[in-house]
Design a protein around this ligand. Structure first.
Ligand SMILES: Cc1ncc(COP(=O)(O)O)c(C=O)c1O
Length: 523
């Protein structure tokens, strides 16, 4: 099926012309000063639907898709995906993150896809009986289990673990050094996987519940890199040979492990491999994240083409010469190989390019091309990031453009004071969040009473002020701080709220509402 046929099946409308899209984005954000980041929610939803369509192509009933949180790093978007039919559970990138997402009620099915040696987070997991039932950590060696044992001590409670199977391609049986795919788990053969699975099942304090294998050489490698026909042919050859080999190997590994213990799930794939991973009958669920927002690295696939759903705008600050415009900021370079394809790409107006000499700059980003001559100082240029999740480390807020033209604002992880690549400062946060829900607004709000001191919000007092139907306002006075719901927030969905006075800011600050509602705190 062609991408266009698929898009029609998934109910996708034709993409608007670049001029129409630009006008829509400019108009919606006209009152905001760039740099700013924008989510086109219609495009996000269409991408979400298209991915479940692809996951169902294998025809064996369709696999649920686990949301890769690293590729969103924004609770609103994670929850939006989870609310879409066909999505179930989250794949987190750190244990601290999983504990936080669990405490905030975002999901009760959390797989941490990378090994955790964070002792504080492991202790927080062990101490939380609810989290222990819902969070699964990743392992590929006894060394990981040793770290857990040392952190938690003898007789620790049972921790759910998932075995990471290496599903990269080693084309030369006698040359394991020839390795095509990600460098992750050492467990490559079915024998190695089964031996380690047996060791886990014999080890007290651990329960093997799942197996995961991420075929990065297929899922993360576009088979149509623009301007590189030879490379494209080579990638297609690799992918064509690798897939049948990994299906055979994974199937055998799962058969052997299932003979030892019953597994709850076998996870595989990523945005780029939904169709092929779904055809592997040993797999029970898929993972995807990037395809929801469509960053530039995902333009290079033949099988699908996500709509750009996450953009950022930079202002034109000067015109150094004809055919050139200079933008403020913009050096949001993606992680990975350090190659040209990791740079952000000017998107709208169409016909702009970065310069070869400066690329995307620390403070200034010059762009050139036919459209540059029309740009005036103060105009804005829309760009796309190369990867899906990293833009959230640059912006506190994402502005969300709804299909009906309404604009709302949601916090990124950064906006919520979270950064899971970071060390110690984060620890206080997940401990705080892992604590019991600090205050219950439902009864408080219903009675319109003041919060009691035991609400967990130091010095908090508050009252519920339902105003116009679209804007129920909850005000909480933590000295110097006001909490308000976002437009469309519905008070009866609010479950709990935590305010951490030491994290007050001058900018609006977001904290936890119900699993699907957000609240601003303004000082
Ligand atoms: C373990 C794992 N699964 C799945 C994915 C796919 O994520 P995405 O769909 O965002 O490319 C990744 C990406 O790196 C990954 O590391």
């Amino acid at each position: 099926m062609s991408v266009d046929q698929g898009r029609r099946l998934a109910g996708r409308s034709a993409r608007p012309s670049p001029d129409a899209a630009r006008e829509r984005y400019d108009q919606a954000t006209a009152d905001l000063d760039p740099p700013l980041a924008l989510v086109d929610l219609g495009a996000f939803d269409r991408n979400a639907a298209d991915m479940t369509r692809r996951a169902a192509l294998a025809g064996n009933g369709g696999h649920p898709v686990r949301v890769a949180t690293k590729s969103l790093r924004c609770r609103f978007l994670i929850e939006r995906a989870l609310a879409t039919p066909g999505y179930r559970g989250v794949m987190c990138y750190s244990l601290a993150e999983a504990l936080w997402l669990h405490a905030t009620g975002t999901s009760d099915d959390l797989l941490v896809a990378y090994p955790s040696v964070d002792r504080g987070a492991l202790r927080a997991l062990a101490a939380d009986s609810q989290a222990r039932q819902h969070v699964t950590i990743m392992t590929d060696s006894q060394a990981h289990l040793d770290v857990v044992d040392r952190a938690l001590g003898d007789g620790h409670p049972e921790i759910r673990v998932c075995l990471d199977l290496d599903v990269s391609w080693r084309p030369l049986a006698r040359q394991p050094a020839v390795h095509i795919g990600t460098r992750r788990s050492p467990l490559h053969t079915p024998e190695q996987a089964a031996d380690f699975a047996r060791a886990i099942t014999r080890r007290p304090g651990f329960r093997l519940v799942g197996v995961m294998g991420y075929e990065g050489q297929i899922a993360g490698l576009g088979d149509a890199p623009p301007g590189h026909p030879v490379r494209a042919r080579l990638i297609r050859l690799i992918q064509g040979r690798s897939m049948p080999e990994l299906v055979r190997r994974r199937t055998e590994a799962i058969r052997r492990i299932q003979a030892l213990t019953s597994l709850e799930f076998v996870n595989g794939g990523g945005t780029g491999s939904l169709e092929s991973t779904a055809r592997d009958t040993s797999v029970t669920e898929l993972t995807a994240g990037s395809g929801l927002v469509g960053p530039t690295l995902f333009d290079a696939y033949r099988r699908f083409s996500p709509e750009p759903a996450l953009l950022f705008a930079l202002p034109v600050v000067r015109r150094p010469g004809p055919g050139l415009a200079t933008l403020f900021s913009g050096g949001y370079v993606a992680s990975g190989t350090g190659t040209q394809d990791r740079l952000p790409r000017p998107y709208l107006p169409a016909g702009l390019n970065l310069t070869g000499t400066e690329g995307a700059g620390e403070v200034q980003t010059p762009v050139r091309g036919p459209a540059a001559g029309q740009l005036r100082t103060g105009d804005r240029v829309w760009l796309r990031h190369a990867k899906a999740g990293e833009l959230a480390e640059r912006f506190r807020d994402y502005h969300v453009l709804h299909e009906d033209g309404q604009l709302s604002t949601v916090p990124t992880y950064r906006g919520e004071g979270q950064c899971f690549g970071l060390g110690p400062p984060n620890r206080h946060e997940y401990r705080a969040h892992a604590a019991p829900a600090p205050c219950r607004f439902s009864s408080w709000a219903a009675a319109g009473r003041r919060a009691s001191p035991e609400s967990g919000v130091p010095g908090a007092s508050g009252s519920l002020c339902p105003e116009a139907s679209r804007m129920a306002v909850l005000e909480v006075a933590v000295p110097g701080v006001t909490v308000r719901s976002i437009p469309n927030g519905r008070i009866n969905r609010l479950r709990s709220l935590s305010v951490q006075p030491w994290r007050r800011r001058r900018r609006p600050y977001w904290c936890h509402g119900s699993p699907s509602r957000y609240w601003t705190v303004e000082s």
